[in-house]
Design a protein around this ligand. Structure first.
Ligand code: G3P
Ligand code: CA
Length: 248
């Protein structure tokens, strides 16, 4: 994969729809992804395994907040998860919206669509292999960038697929982000956006080493402004339509 997230000179930052267009449709569902594609080529989403190892798209460890089921998704067999209603919690008009599988999303991805796929939470080698299997069997293999906060998972992914570029999510600034990324085979260093305050030189150093940054989760124009001005590569937002309008 050539680096698809690095911002070209004179171009605006990329718009990345966080959990789809999650301000306007139930997060991490097909309606949110379809709405996201209207204004963004990139989606961010979270993948986790069901009890029987099916990679599904869900942010929380538990099903409680965003579905009509309860309990950890890792303890629920796919037959149960597939019957969940992941839309009514937001609005009755989304009633009956299912929790999508990773396979369903990649199968529906437009030809120019790309996914920043977060490996959410702990994964065994077998669970990581299941994600790789779905991604690699899809037509979108080279349009999916796997990223994670879980450094052990990233290290194991890097060992499993040494040539596959990865992204590192972080809540704490690393002493040497370039060296840290190199250790994991990461081409993207993606912190909480507030960590970018006062770190212009660090961004230039990452860029000089071919590493992009698309921080999360940025919903306010005042923050879009300073991040864009400092040269950030892309912005992960719950409001992709508003960001696309603001950029234009
Ligand atoms: O892609 C980064 C961002 O999604 C990380 O935070 O909690 O929304 O998954 P969270
Ligand atoms: Ca995420």
């Amino acid at each position: 994969m050539s680096h698809p997230l690095l911002r070209a000179a004179g171009s605006p930052p990329l718009v990345i729809a966080h959990r789809g267009a999650s301000a306007d449709a139930p997060e991490n569902t097909m309606p949110a992804f379809e709405l996201g594609w209207r204004s963004a080529r990139w989606l961010e989403t979270d993948v986790q395994p069901t009890a029987d190892g099916v990679p599904v798209l869900l942010h929380d460890d538990d099903l409680d907040r965003t579905t009509d089921l309860t309990g950890p998704v890792r303890l629920a067999p796919y037959e149960q998860v597939r019957a969940a209603d992941a839309g009514s919690w937001l609005d009755p008009r989304f009633s009956g919206t299912p929790v999508p599988t990773l396979q369903a999303l990649l199968g529906a991805l437009p030809g120019d669509g790309r996914v920043l796929l977060e490996i959410k939470g702990p994964h065994t080698d077998r669970q990581l292999a299941a994600v790789l299997e779905v991604v690699e069997a899809s037509d979108a293999d080279d349009r999916v960038l796997l990223q994670s906060f879980e450094r052990d998972e990233l290290a194991r992914l890097h060992r499993m697929r040494p040539d596959r570029p990865l992204g590192l999510l972080t809540v704490d600034w690393d002493e040497d982000p370039v060296a840290t990324c190199a250790a994991y085979g990461a081409i993207a260093y993606n912190p909480d956006f507030r960590l970018w305050h006062g770190r212009q030189a660090e961004l230039e150093r990452l860029h000089a080493h071919g590493v992009s940054s698309t921080p999360w989760t940025v919903d306010e124009p005042a923050d879009w402004r300073w991040l864009s001005d400092m040269g950030i590569d892309g912005i992960i937002t719950n409001r992709p339509a508003a960001l696309a309008r603001w950029l234009s």
